[in-house]
Design a protein around this ligand. Structure first.
Ligand code: 2AM
Length: 186
């Protein structure tokens, strides 16, 4: 099973982010290589576990069912950027202008739990972000064009009080996410 852990968006944040996506898309000439993430499926990924064998899943579900010792906090989404920061961009993201240190603390707890459950995580450093769109092919100039309509004032403010373990199934209609466990911030 393909698993990941994420912070969910609330409906108000989803709507505000959808509006920002539309505004950014309107500011762009059509870039057919840019595929916007559906707001209904959007989340802030804390850890991508990749393929986990069925016998290893119960330990992961257990690890993500225990409370996380980080107080609930407010996250503020603002500004945008691309990954990688130079060269041909692959991901267009919305940044975190408030609550970033709490998100990083939460990610550290989650990563520790997962490692304790026997999961090997990617080594790359964690940069809190919400993926707005992905390019399947691009040129370096696409980044500046995509960022022309980036929001410099807060897009959404949302309370974060839990994280969710999801299974991701890749289907012809796009990924389907199923919640398997939830850890409450306390
Ligand atoms: P991202 O878009 O914020 O990077 C579920 O697939 C989530 O896991 C994605 O939304 C993605 O979050 C994250 N993820 C991280 N590394 C991934 C990888 N190698 N393949 C697919 N998804 C990955």
């Amino acid at each position: 099973m393909r698993l990941f852990v994420a912070i969910d968006l609330d409906d108000i944040a989803r709507q505000a982010i959808a509006q920002t996506q539309r505004r950014m898309a309107d500011a762009l000439d059509t870039d057919r290589a840019l595929k916007w993430v559906s707001p209904a499926r959007m989340h802030l990924t804390l850890a991508f576990l990749g393929e986990i064998s069925p016998p290893a899943v119960p330990a992961v579900v257990h690890a993500l069912s225990l409370n996380v010792d980080v107080r609930p906090f407010a996250a503020i989404f603002q500004n945008a950027g691309v990954f990688p920061p130079r060269g041909a961009p692959r991901v267009l993201w919305l940044g975190v202008a408030g609550g970033a240190s709490e998100i990083i603390d939460t990610q550290r707890v989650v990563a520790g739990r997962l490692t304790g459950a026997g999961v090997t995580l990617e080594r790359r450093p964690f940069h809190p972000h919400l993926t707005l769109a992905r390019w399947h092919s691009s040129r370096p100039a696409a980044a500046a064009r995509a960022l022309a309509g980036a929001p410099h004032t807060p897009v959404a403010r949302m309370n974060v009080d839990h994280v969710t373990l999801y299974e991701s199934r890749l289907t012809a209609g796009g990924p389907v996410y199923t919640a398997l466990a939830r850890a409450t911030l306390t």
